[in-house]
Design a protein around this ligand. Structure first.
Ligand code: ADP
Ligand code: MG
Length: 342
C-alpha cells in the first residue's frame, strides 16, 4: 500500500482507542469538561452501564453556537494556545481530542447555550465524517452531552464491554474520585432511571466530612487524621488513616495533584515509606490526599489518560510527602484525641 493520510473518522477512531476504553472513560472526559467549564452542578444519567446512554448535563459557561462544530473536531481546544500554556496547565483537559474521539465511536449530541445567547443549539454527529448538523434546542445556560450506543461502529471494542453492573461499577468509582476532588460541586448520578448517588455541594467542615464518609465510609472518617502542610510552593492536605485504621484492601487510596486524580509511583512510594513499620504485611494505608504544586513544576503531558505526572523536583516532592505524613502519624500516636470522634 502506498503511504496515505487516514480519513478523519478512521484517525479519530484510532485516537479513541487510547482515550475511550470503556463507558467510564467517556464519563471521565465529559465530567472533566464540565468542571473546566466552571460547572457547579452536574447531572449524570447512565443507561445499561453506559453502553446505551451516557448523558451529562452541566450549568457551566456553555459553548457558543459558532464553536459547536469545532468542539467536535480533533485538536480543537479552548484551553491552551501556546507552548507556554502547555508548560503550565491549569485545566483538566488540553488535548482537544475527547469529543472528536467519542463522537467517532458513538451517536453523539452536543447541546449548549451561553449566557450571551437567547437560545440553545444542538450539534449531532454519528460516527461522523466532518459534517455536523446544527438545530435549535431548548436548554438553560450550560451544556448537555448525550452519548448513545457507544462502540456501535467498532464491534471489536463493543465486545469487550463487561456486564452492566461491572461497567456501572467503574463509572461509580470514577465519580467517587471526582466527588472527592471537588467538594464545591453538586453531582447527581442515576442508573437506569434510579438515583444512585447525590453528592451535594459541601462548604462547611461538617458537610465535607459527610461527603468524605459517603465516599470512603464512616470507618475511614473515624480513623482519619487531617493533614495540612506547606513547604515553599508545595502544599499537602487531606486525610490519612491512623495505623489502627489500616485496611485489608487498597480500596481507599485517592491522590490528586493540582486537582487531577493520579496513580503515581513516586507518590505511592512516598506514602508507603511514611507508614513503614506501622503496618503489617496484609494491611494497606487509606488516604485522600491533595498535592498542590506550581504548574510549571509538573508535567502532566506524560500519559494519554493523564494518570501520571512528572515532577521536575521529584526528590523534593517525595521527601516532602513522606516526612509530612510521618510527622502527622507520629503526632497521632502522641495525642490520639486528635482523631475525629464521629
Ligand atoms: P479539551 O477538553 O482537551 O479541550 P475536548 O474534546 O474534551 O478537548 O473538548 C473540546 C472543547 O469543547 C473544549 O476545549 C471546550 O472549549 C469545549 N467543551 C467541551 N465540553 C464542554 C462543556 N461541558 N462546557 C463548555 N465547553 C465545553
Ligand atoms: Mg476535555
Amino acid at each position: 500500500m502506498p503511504i496515505q493520510i487516514l480519513p478523519a473518522r478512521l484517525a479519530n477512531q484510532i485516537a479513541a482507542g487510547e482515550v475511550v476504553e470503556r463507558p467510564a472513560s467517556v464519563v471521565k472526559e465529559l465530567v472533566e469538561n464540565s468542571l473546566d467549564a466552571g460547572a457547579t452542578r452536574i447531572e449524570i444519567d447512565i443507561d445499561k452501564g453506559g453502553s446505551r446512554t451516557i448523558r451529562i448535563r452541566d450549568n457551566g459557561k456553555g459553548i457558543p453556537k459558532d464553536e459547536l462544530q469545532l468542539a467536535l473536531s480533533r485538536h480543537a481546544t479552548s484551553k491552551i494556545a501556546t507552548l507556554d500554556d502547555l508548560e503550565a496547565i491549569a485545566s483538566l483537559g488540553f488535548r482537544g481530542e475527547a469529543l472528536a474521539s467519542i463522537s467517532s465511536v458513538s451517536r453523539l449530541t452536543l447541546t449548549s447555550r451561553t449566557a450571551a445567547q437567547e437560545e440553545a443549539w444542538a450539534a449531532y454527529a454519528e460516527g461522523r465524517e466532518m459534517e455536523v448538523t446544527l438545530k435549535p434546542a431548548a436548554h438553560p445556560v450550560g451544556t448537555t452531552l448525550e452519548v448513545l450506543d457507544l462502540f456501535f461502529n467498532t464491534p471489536a471494542r463493543r465486545k469487550f464491554l463487561r456486564t452492566e453492573k461491572t461497567e456501572f461499577g467503574h463509572i461509580d468509582e470514577l465519580l467517587k474520585r471526582i466527588a472527592l476532588s471537588r467538594f464545591d460541586v453538586t453531582i447527581n448520578v442515576r442508573h437506569n432511571g434510579k438515583t444512585i448517588r447525590q453528592y451535594r455541594a459541601a462548604q462547611t467542615q461538617l458537610q465535607q466530612e459527610r461527603r468524605l464518609a459517603a465516599v470512603c465510609g464512616s470507618a475511614f472518617l473515624n480513623h482519619a487524621l487531617a493533614v495540612e502542610l506547606e513547604h515553599g510552593d508545595l502544599k499537602l492536605s487531606g486525610w490519612i488513616c491512623s495505623p489502627q485504621g489500616a485496611r485489608a484492601q487498597n480500596d481507599i487510596q485517592y491522590c490528586y495533584v493540582n486537582g487531577r486524580m493520579m496513580k503515581d509511583k513516586l507518590i505511592n512510594h512516598a506514602i508507603r515509606q511514611a507508614y513503614e513499620g506501622t503496618l503489617s504485611g496484609e494491611q494497606y494505608a487509606a488516604y485522600v490526599l491533595y498535592i498542590e504544586v506550581d504548574p510549571h513544576q509538573v508535567d502532566v503531558n506524560v500519559h494519554p489518560a493523564k494518570h501520571e505526572v512528572r515532577f521536575h523536583q521529584a526528590r523534593l516532592v517525595h521527601d516532602f510527602i513522606c516526612q509530612g505524613l510521618q510527622s502527622a502519624l507520629q503526632q497521632s500516636l502522641a495525642e490520639p484525641s486528635a482523631q475525629y470522634q464521629a
